[in-house]
Design a protein around this ligand. Structure first.
Ligand SMILES: NC(=O)c1ccc[n+]([C@@H]2O[C@H](COP(=O)([O-])OP(=O)(O)OC[C@H]3O[C@@H](n4cnc5c(N)ncnc54)[C@H](OP(=O)(O)O)[C@@H]3O)[C@@H](O)[C@H]2O)c1
Length: 291
């Protein structure tokens, strides 16, 4: 049986992947790379091999990937030094003779530096290149924008004001649920035929914020509308309201990407792997907002 190692295993996506893997394969075949072993106590109890390591420290990664057939490489959540961290992971994978890398990348329309979402995609473009040049067989999973990110983007104010306030225009997004991505990844990790492929790992339906306002109106019984201000007005409103600048820039940057149609394509690859439709956004919003 193939040996699988999951990095970022104590994060949200990684935890879901490991728990699903446990249902499909013997824990003896599963290893995890974690920064903090105290967060991996349950995995240890389940019989999973724990490797301690940090993407930022190359020496801590060396030997961690020895004997691994499939490395499920979760991209860092850091916003700085992303390229260096990922470089270390790929270098260690080469050194340890990993056979396959399955990398969680990001949906995009182009790889150019002037892309409105290059602040998110630049490190992914770089990492994909490194992986392809490494000689290791790869599967690149270009994840859609998480549906799970929606409550953060929407905030809670729309309940009071009756309006979603976001500078995303009327453009559509293939919002993709993290647990669907985890389930799809496990299908890939436990089957063959995905070597040297790049998949748009995104949902099979598109929504804009007018659609989301209608869904939220139906779910809550309130009249919720959608207002799309200019990016500048949005940023200054949030900054005046005391939202930290890093968050403002992240929300405004993602919204600008949506406004410029960076996320307006869906794909059937994920739903085919799941053997069902991707999770409906309405189902997700119902679970979050309707107790
Ligand atoms: N598609 C989207 O919309 C979207 C949205 C958000 C994030 N993402 C990307 O998808 C990834 C997975 O998402 P998620 O929700 O699972 O994020 P998450 O819960 O923040 O998990 C990130 C994982 O990466 C690990 N990690 C971060 N830096 C590391 C380092 N230097 N060395 C080793 N491990 C490190 C974290 O370790 P600890 O457990 O020790 O913190 C954590 O386990 C994120 O890291 C990010 O790159 C995508």
């Amino acid at each position: 049986m193939e040996k699988i190692l999951v990095t970022g295993a104590t994060g949200k996506l990684g935890t879901e992947v490991v728990n699903l893997l446990l249902k499909k394969t013997d824990p003896k075949n599963i290893s995890v790379l974690v920064r903090d072993t105290t967060k991996a106590v349950d995995f240890k109890k389940a019989g999973i091999t724990i490797q301690q390591g940090d993407y930022g420290k190359y020496n801590s990664l060396l030997n961690a990937f020895k004997g691994i057939d499939k490395l499920y490489f979760i991209s860092t959540n850091a916003m700085t030094d992303r390229e260096i961290q990922h470089e270390n992971v790929v270098k260690a994978a080469v050194e340890d003779k990993v056979k396959n890398i399955i990398y969680t990348s990001f949906q995009r329309k182009n790889d150019l530096e002037n892309s409105p979402i290059s602040f998110l995609t630049k490190a992914h473009v770089y990492t994909e290149k490194l992986i392809k040049e490494s000689g290791i067989a790869y599967t690149i999973l270009k994840h859609g924008l998480y549906t799970d990110f929606l409550p953060v983007l929407l905030g809670n104010l729309f309940f009071e004001t009756g309006s979603i306030y976001l500078p995303a225009g009327n453009n559509k997004v293939a919002f993709t649920l993290r647990s669907d991505l985890a389930e799809g990844a496990v299908e890939i990790l436990t089957s063959k035929g995905h070597e040297n492929k790049t998949y748009n790992f995104v949902a099979d339906k598109l929504y804009n914020f007018y659609d989301i306002a209608i869904i939220l109106s139906q779910l809550t019984g309130k009249n919720i509308t959608y207002i799309s201000p200019s990016n500048e007005e949005y940023k200054s409103t949030l900054l005046k309201a005391g939202v930290p600048e890093a968050y403002v820039n992240m929300f405004a940057g993602c919204s600008e990407g949506i406004r410029q149609n960076e996320f307006d394509f869906c794909d059937k690859t994920l739903s085919k792997l799941l053997k069902r439709e991707c999770t409906d956004i309405e189902k997700y919003l119902r679970e979050v907002y309707i107790k």
